[in-house]
Ligand binder design. Sequence first.
Ligand SMILES: *Cc1c(COP(=O)(O)O)cnc(C)c1O
Length: 434
Amino acid sequence: MTEEREFGFETRAVHAGQRPDPYTGASTTPIYQTAGFVFEDTESASAYFNLQEYGNIYSRIMNPTVAAFEERVANLENGVGGVAFASGLAAQAAVFFLLLEPGDRIAVAKALYGGSTAQLNHLARKLQIEVDWVDIDDPDGWRSAVTEETKALFAETIANPGGNVLDLEAAAAVAHEVGSPLIVDNTFATPYLCRPIDWGADIVVHSATKFIAGNGTTIAGVVVDSGRFDWSNGRFPAVADPSAAYHGLRFHETFGVYGLLMKLRAETLRDLGSSLAPFNAFLLLLGLETLTVRMDKHVASALAVAEWLREQPGVEAVRHPALPDSPYKPLVDKYLPLGAGSVFSFDLDSGREGGRRFIEALSLWSHIANVGDTKSLVIHPASTTHHQLSDDELHASGVAPGTVRLSVGLENVDDLLWDLEQALRAASSVTVIA
Ligand SMILES: *Cc1c(COP(=O)(O)O)cnc(C)c1O
C-alpha cells in the first residue's frame, strides 16, 4: 500500500491529467487525431448527448488529448476543471459570451493586452454591454467602477505590456460584494508563479500560446473554473435558469461545481466551435512538463536584463515589476514570490524613431508579435500590437512612442546583453527634437 500524498507543483506539471494509454501502454498521451468516436450502443450514445453520462462524442466538444491538457492546467491552477480553446482570445470571448446579457456591464482593467481591449470593445457593440475601464493602480479603482449591473470583473495578473500587478484579493473582494465573478488572465504569470484562484479569483483564463506552450509553436487558450462561485445567486440566468439551447437543462443545479464548465463545453464551445486541435493539446502537454524549469530561468534572466538596462544611457524608464523601486514590488512579494515573469517594457529616450532603429539593429532578439518563447523576442507596441488603439487607449495601456517590450528567452544572458548594447547605440544616434 502506498500512502496518500499531495504531490508538489513540479510533479503535477509532469503527471497530472495523464494515465498510461489503456490499449498500448504508451506513457506519453497519444494524439487522438479523430473527429468522432464510435458509440458502444444507441443507449450510451443518447446518454452522452443528453449529458447523463460523460463520454466522447465529437472533437469539437471534447477529445482525450485535449482533456488531458485541460485536466493538467486545472490541477496546476487549483481549479475544479477546464475547457480548452483554439486561442486565448477564443477562451475569454467564450466566457464573456456565456455570462453577459444585453444591458450588463463588465469592469475591466485598462492595463490590458491590446487584443483584449479590442475584443471587449467589439463585443460591447455586438452584445450591447457596457465596459467600464478601471485604473487598477488606483486603490479605489474597482470600487468606483463596479455597480449592481456589473456582471464580471476582468484583469491580468501581470498586465501586458505595462507590467501592472493586480491586487487579486482586493479585486476579488469588490467582485464578491456585488455577487459577480473575478476573471483573471494569468498568461504572464503562469500557474507556476501565481495561482489567482488561491487569492479569490473565480475564473482563470490563459493564452496557452505563451509560456504554457513555451516554444512559440502553438496558438491555444484555456478557461479554468474555481468551482466556488454561486451561479444561482439570481444574477446569472445563463448558468442557473433552464437553458433553451439544451432542452431546459439547469446547468448549475444539475452539475454543481462543474455547472459553468459544462455550459461552456456543451453550449458555448458547441455553438462557437473554437475548439483546440488534439495535436496542439499534445504540444501544450509537453510544454507544461518543462514549465517550472523554464520559468525559473526566464525569471532570472529577465531580472538581470532589466537591472542592466536601467544603467544604460538612452534608456528612460524600465518597468519590470520586481525591480526594488517598482511601485508593484510589494504586490510581487505577496502574489509572485517566485518571480514576475519575463515580459517587461522600457522606454527609449529617442522616441518612435529610436524604437524603430533599436529593433532594426538587433540581431539575436527576434522582432515578433509574441511573448513567452524560448527565444528572446522584442516588439515596438505603438506600431504593432497596440496600433489599433486610439492615443488615449495607448497611454491607458502604459505605452509611449519609445516603449519597447521584451520577452526574455532562455539564451545565454551575456549574448542577450551584447545584442541590446549595440542596438541601444544605434537608437541613441537619433537626435530628438523636443
Ligand atoms: C497573447 C495574449 C492573449 C491572447 O491570446 P491568443 O492565444 O493570442 O489568442 C490574451 N492575453 C494576454 C495577456 C496575452 O499575452
